[in-house]
Design a protein around this ligand. Structure first.
Ligand code: PHE
Length: 454
């Protein structure tokens, strides 16, 4: 994917199938799976949330990923112009993604920074604490006025650096080793977690849906989480696919990426919830869940320090391969529309997001009492981003493809003009995109604002 580094006016493309699959899987698998999925499941009803998540993923998530792929590869330009190519009235989807990118990047970088701190802390005494001291240690760290900002600088700096240089072969090669390494580490942790005394209650809580917990809020939370985790609704995948050549089997990649992404999220739950119950912690602990629970698990393992260090480094890398996809979206637009150089554009967007991130970081501490619509800044950004902006972007994306793009054009894009002989899949997909997905998102939306009750 070194091609993204190019500043030449002629647009390059991914040279290898693997490069694109790794980049999109890298974008999808990140803090959304490891940090946000368990904490949302924890605050939104456990097994009930997991069930809704899986339903939404199958019915609309995979197809929407394919929607973004098709729009991007067809457009071969930044997201705004790619949507414009389908219909000028749909450009707003690209602009909305542009705004969302700043919001996501700001808090993603703050939380990404926490993973660096935890990697370091793993080898400098964190694991000597008892499980019930982990919450206090986490709270002390995130509410500190400066320390989290140091890591926020490092994380944002790394993101800007990679995008300024172009997503070079290095990351591509690394991902091949690091993604499987993350998977293996998760399995090791999972085994330790489910064998802790008292773990069974956590497994039951995670797997048994309690239907009384399901309401409009749970649906929206699950909807937002599916979009966040698959990186759809923000045109990040439109942007990546715009660098793609015409040979790729898009439906296959969409399926592969969705399966990998979901597997990692589900495993993250298995790693965390048994331990939460074993240690008598709170599943609804919120954004700190991963950082409070896992060190407690590591502290109960032989070689815990080593495992903990490696684990948090891997989470950091997974977060980085996601944050670069968030930054790439507005950067591509600025380069192509404003003619700015790649490093300058990366610095500009990253710089603004960094400043927004300072406010997010403060909201965990000195600005904790400052509320807008009853939410602190982090909660507001996260809520607006995932529950409003991504569903709206996804709604726009499905309307653009289902209603403004001729069926022949859209299905032609994902069948590679008939070459792939997957017409059945393409027709089914188009039907879902045109009739089911917009209605589904709209109904969930109405229920979230209380207009519809179910
Ligand atoms: N999907 C990423 C994750 O799970 C986050 C992300 C959201 C990336 C939106 C791009 C766009 O961590």
């Amino acid at each position: 994917m070194s091609d993204l580094s190019s500043n030449s006016p002629a647009r390059d493309s991914f040279k290898s199938n693997l490069g694109f699959v790794l980049a999109t899987a890298g974008s999808a698998v990140g803090l959304g799976n490891l940090w946000r999925f368990p904490f949302m499941a924890g605050t939104s009803g456990g097994g009930a949330f997991v069930l809704l998540y899986l339903i939404i993923l199958v019915v609309i998530g995979v197809s929407l990923l394919l929607v973004e792929f098709s729009v991007g590869r067809h457009g071969k330009r930044n997201a705004v112009e790619s949507y414009k190519k389908i219909h000028p009235a749909m450009q707003w989807v690209g602009y909305l993604g542009f705004i969302s990118a700043f919001i996501f990047l700001s808090y993603f970088s703050v939380v990404g920074g926490w993973t660096i701190h935890y990697a370091i802390k793993s080898v400098t005494g964190l694991l000597a604490l008892s499980p019930d001291q982990m919450g206090g240690a986490f709270g002390g760290f995130i509410s500190h006025p400066f320390l989290p900002l140091v890591y926020h600088v490092i994380f944002m700096g790394a993101t800007i650096y990679i995008i300024a240089k172009g997503v070079s072969g290095g990351i591509e090669k690394w991902s091949k080793i690091l993604m499987p390494a993350l998977f293996v580490m998760m399995l090791i942790l999972l085994i330790r977690s489910v064998t802790l005394p008292g773990a069974a209650a956590g497994i039951a809580w995670y797997l048994k849906p309690d239907f009384s917990k399901i309401n409009g809020g749970t649906w929206v939370a699950a909807l937002g989480q599916v979009f966040f985790s698959l990186s759809v609704g923000m045109s990040g995948m439109v942007t990546y696919a715009s660098y793609l050549n015409k040979k790729e089997n898009l439906p296959k990649v969409a399926l592969q990426v969705s399966l990998t992404d979901t597997l990692i999220a589900i495993l993250a739950g298995f790693m965390i919830f048994p331990a939460v119950f074993a240690f008598g912690m709170e599943p609804g602990a919120g954004p700190g869940l991963l950082f409070i629970t896992l060190p407690a698990v590591f502290s109960q393992m032989p070689l815990g320090t080593v495992f903990s260090f490696i684990f948090f480094v891997l989470v950091f890398v997974a977060a980085l391969t996601s944050s670069i996809s968030i930054l790439e979206m507005p950067v591509t637009y600025i380069i192509e529309k404003k003619g700015m150089s790649r490093p300058k554009a990366a610095l500009l967007v990253g710089g603004i997001s960094f400043v927004l991130g300072i406010a997010v970081s403060f909201s965990f501490g000195i600005w904790g009492g400052f509320k807008i619509f009853g939410m602190d800044i982090f909660t507001l950004f996260d809520y607006f981003g995932s529950n409003i902006s991504l569903p709206l972007g996804a709604l726009g994306a499905s309307i653009a493809v289902g209603w403004f793009w001729k069926k022949k054009g859209a299905t032609g894009e994902i069948t590679n003009n008939g070459e792939l002989s997957n017409n059945g899949i393409a027709n089914g997909w188009f039907f879902l995109v045109k009739w089911i997905i917009p209605v589904f998102i709209f109904v969930i939306f109405l229920s979230s604002v209380g207009i519809l009750k179910f």
